[in-house]
Design a binder for this molecule. Structure first.
Ligand code: GLY
Ligand code: MN
Ligand code: MN
Length: 462
């Protein structure tokens, strides 16, 4: 829940950023999406732009803005049937108090509000289902309204919100700290409870139950739990595969509180200790991650951070005899991306991959070593980003004949062939950029080898 005064300031800030605007704006929250064959709905998440502006997360709502009149929240009124099956809607006085928006009106009034603005270019932000499913917002027929959505203006206004959302305020940071604290409890449970024979699914449940016990409203994203070779699938959905002695387990899971995400990855051995190669690789990823966190200072280009981390990984893999060549050359030719194909991380906030990761006008490169980089901007105090380097043995990449040819001499392929069932290692923390050293929101989730081994030995004790 946001402080209404902060929400007011936030809307004033947005209105200032939109000062050239002449026409109306609507920001729908999104609608419930039915699950076929049931009387229930898919997991619902209010559109982040709607939620950011209003603090309201009810489906079927619209935040509207008219530069001549200010803000209006159009809110749903539950029917008797809704009240029987789903529950009641929130009364308007409560919505007024929570959102700080004086004008709270029933969604049925949206149609008249739009008709009064017929012929004016309309900016449509938030969930575009307003056009495809107008009935869900009490509109009879979109075409009959004769309003024209201006895509160019809509995009510009949305970018302005994304810019504003990059810098987190104290209320947002408080929620992100709570989310990271709940994630800590879940990851600690995973580190303590993982046992040979337990399945990935069982481990997921043990982790998530602690998120929920510690205040999570949901998981911030589908938990990723991969053991052995499954750890090499970047977003692996847990299965019934049992954990096996000798495997490493990659757990990428985060709690969400008040709409704010945490996003944390820990990798650990099923055995009480890392074996020699696991240890070398883990320490390499950890060194690269810690260096990137130290270097995450205001003004630093996130892409530079990514390329420096890539050079660290290339150097380490060369030391381990997996890559061949000078790190700078290997990165220049994207050889690191055979093992570290994703970006160093992304913005974090109301979404796991939060808004505004790329500065307006910058587009992701299609270079093999950069195409999955989700952030391209200079860091500023108040930004929250993840730092999540990894090294994986991904068959889809490493068995590709085109890669074998393109990277021929740069890779020790015999060695790679023996490692194709290794899986992967990723270490991910959430950091707040400050004027000084970055604050690691997920700092007290163990990641040093000795800390992890203490927990794993406790887990193995009878
Ligand atoms: N948890 C997904 C990611 O790290 O991007
Ligand atoms: Mn993650
Ligand atoms: Mn992440």
């Amino acid at each position: 829940m946001f402080d209404p005064e902060r929400l007011r300031q936030r809307r004033e800030d947005i209105a200032r950023r939109w000062r050239d605007l002449r026409g109306p704006v609507v920001v729908p929250s999104g609608l419930l999406v039915p699950i076929a064959g049931t009387d229930q709905f898919h997991d619902y998440h209010a559109h982040n732009e709607h939620y950011y502006l209003s603090g309201n997360d009810q489906p079927g709502s619209v935040v509207a803005y008219d530069p001549r009149e200010g803000w209006t929240l159009f809110a749903p009124v539950a029917s008797q049937e809704d009240r029987v099956w789903i529950g009641d809607s929130i009364d308007f006085e409560t919505l007024r108090e929570r959102s700080g928006i004086e004008q709270v009106r029933p969604i049925a009034a949206l149609s008249g509000w739009l008709e009064q603005r017929r012929g004016e270019p309309l900016a449509l932000l938030g969930n575009p289902d307003l056009v495809g499913n107008p009935g869900g917002y009490g509109l009879e027929n979109w075409a009959a309204l004769e309003v024209e959505v201006d895509d160019e203006v809509s995009h510009r206004l949305s970018e302005a919100i994304s810019e504003a959302r990059r810098t987190k305020d104290e209320g947002e940071l408080a929620l992100m700290r709570q989310a990271a604290a709940a994630s800590r409890e879940g990851h600690l449970a995973g580190l303590r409870l993982a046992r040979p024979g337990m399945t990935e699914r069982q481990l997921q449940v043990e982790i998530e139950v602690e998120f929920f016990r510690n205040g999570a409203a949901r998981t911030a994203y589908g938990s990723i739990v991969g053991t052995g070779p499954n750890g090499a699938v970047l977003h692996f959905a847990p299965t019934n595969r049992p954990l096996q002695d000798g495997d490493i387990v990659l757990v990428d899971a985060g709690a969400e509180i008040g709409g704010y995400a945490s996003d944390v990855t820990r990798t650990f051995p099923v055995a009480p200790r890392f074996d020699g190669f696991q240890r070398d690789l883990y320490q390499l990823v950890l060194n690269v991650q810690e260096q990137a966190i130290r270097d995450a200072r205001p003004g630093k280009e996130y892409k530079e951070l990514h390329l420096e981390a890539s050079a660290g990984i290339a150097a380490g893999l060369a030391d381990l005899g997996i890559l061949r060549g000078r790190p700078a050359d290997l990165v220049e030719r994207d050889a690191h991306a055979l093992f570290f194909p994703h970006g160093l991380g992304h913005m974090l906030g109301l979404a796991t991959h939060d808004a505004g990761g790329c500065l307006a006008g910058r587009t992701p490169s299609d270079r093999f070593g950069l195409k999955w980089l989700r952030a391209d901007l200079p860091l500023q105090p108040g930004y929250v980003v993840t730092i999540e380097p990894g090294i994986y043995f991904i068959r889809a990449i490493l068995e590709d004949p085109a890669h074998r040819e393109a990277f021929g001499e740069m890779v020790n392929w015999d060695r790679v062939d023996r490692l194709l069932d290794f899986g992967g290692i990723r270490i991910e923390d959430d950091i707040l950029v400050t004027d000084g050293a970055a604050e690691v929101l997920s700092a007290d989730i163990p990641k040093q080898i000795d800390e992890i081994e203490v927990l794993r030995q406790e887990a193995a004790a009878p």
